[in-house]
Design a protein around this ligand. Structure first.
Ligand code: HEC
Ligand code: HEC
Length: 239
């Protein structure tokens, strides 16, 4: 494995481990609604598992995403309010689709569907999940700085689908647009550079598409396209 790829992998693995341990950069979600029975603990758990699946995909580790989804499917659901129970089937079907996804594109789409299935149940249960996002990382011309803003934006888009929250969604697309990767900051001497450059443009195009995507279906498409692009570029760099 070339050195740049190894450095990259070490950085990204360390990063996600750090996030999992401290949750320092994560929004603290709060649910508000009349639904009794679905414990906040179960939701915190869903939230963590969902994020872990998504993070594995961003990293480009499809197998880890599938493994996590499988454990979500195999977990016995706890008691939920009657009106929420009907949504469990779609939630589980989406997790199953992640588990069984044959390729990156299908997997990304299933992750989008999973996030939207959280949002559908919340809406159907009259639960409004609020997110208080951490401050966005400062604009920074380097690659790592761009990436931290990408990740911050991806977190907001996830919240936009899970909430569901228009506000979170808009925060995410706005941050992505202003944090568009400038390919020239990537080192042009690496062999995969031309393909990477195209992917950097794709992120920007998706941010624009996302800013006008009003309904859930369109947002799932944008979100899936975005995650697949993160995964594709990171995957190329690790080759
Ligand atoms: C089958 C219905 C259903 C599904 C599916 C579902 N939720 Fe929830 N969620 C609820 C209900 C009901 C509440 C309100 C719980 C309460 O107020 O005690 C809630 C509350 C929450 C909260 C706020 C918890 C708190 O601290 O008050 C978060 C965060 C959350 N859900 C995340 C998720 C995520 C992420 C997913 C998908 C990976 C998901 N939920 C899927 C029904 C669902
Ligand atoms: C055009 C290629 C490309 C795309 C697309 C891309 N990344 Fe990256 N990413 C990189 C490179 C290159 C690095 C390594 C940076 C470094 O050396 O620190 C990286 C590293 C990261 C890191 C680790 C940052 C650190 O401190 O080292 C995170 C987090 C990250 N990317 C998130 C994302 C997210 C989220 C997306 C999708 C919204 C995304 N990336 C899309 C190229 C890309």
């Amino acid at each position: 494995m070339p050195t740049h790829a190894r450095t990259f992998l070490v950085a990204i693995v360390a990063l996600f481990a750090l996030r999992a341990e401290t949750c320092a950069e994560r929004a603290e979600p709060r649910g508000e609604g009349a639904a009794a029975g679905a414990t906040a603990e179960q939701m915190a758990d869903h939230f963590d598992e969902g994020l872990a699946i998504r993070d594995a995909l961003i990293e480009g580790d499809l197998d880890a995403a599938r493994r996590r989804a499988r454990s979500l499917v195999e977990r016995k659901p706890e008691a939920l309010p009657a009106q929420a129970a009907g949504y469990v089937a779609e939630f589980r079907a989406a997790a199953q689709a992640v588990w069984e996804a044959p390729d990156r594109g299908t997997l990304a789409r299933a992750v989008g569907r999973l996030a939207a299935s959280c949002g559908a149940c919340h809406r159907g249960s009259n639960v409004h999940v609020e997110f208080e996002p951490p401050a966005p990382p400062p604009a920074d011309p380097g690659v790592a700085g761009h990436m931290w803003r990408h990740l911050w934006a991806a977190d907001r888009l996830w919240e936009g689908l899970v909430g569901p929250s228009d506000e979170a969604w808009t925060r995410g697309t706005a941050a992505l647009a202003d944090a568009a990767l400038r390919p020239e900051v990537l080192s042009p001497d690496i062999p995969v550079y031309p393909r990477i450059e195209a992917l950097a443009h794709r992120v920007h195009a998706l941010a624009e598409e996302g800013s006008t995507a009003g309904d859930t279906r369109a947002r799932i498409d944008v979100y899936a396209g975005l995650l697949a692009t993160c995964a594709r570029c990171h995957g190329l760099l690790a080759e």
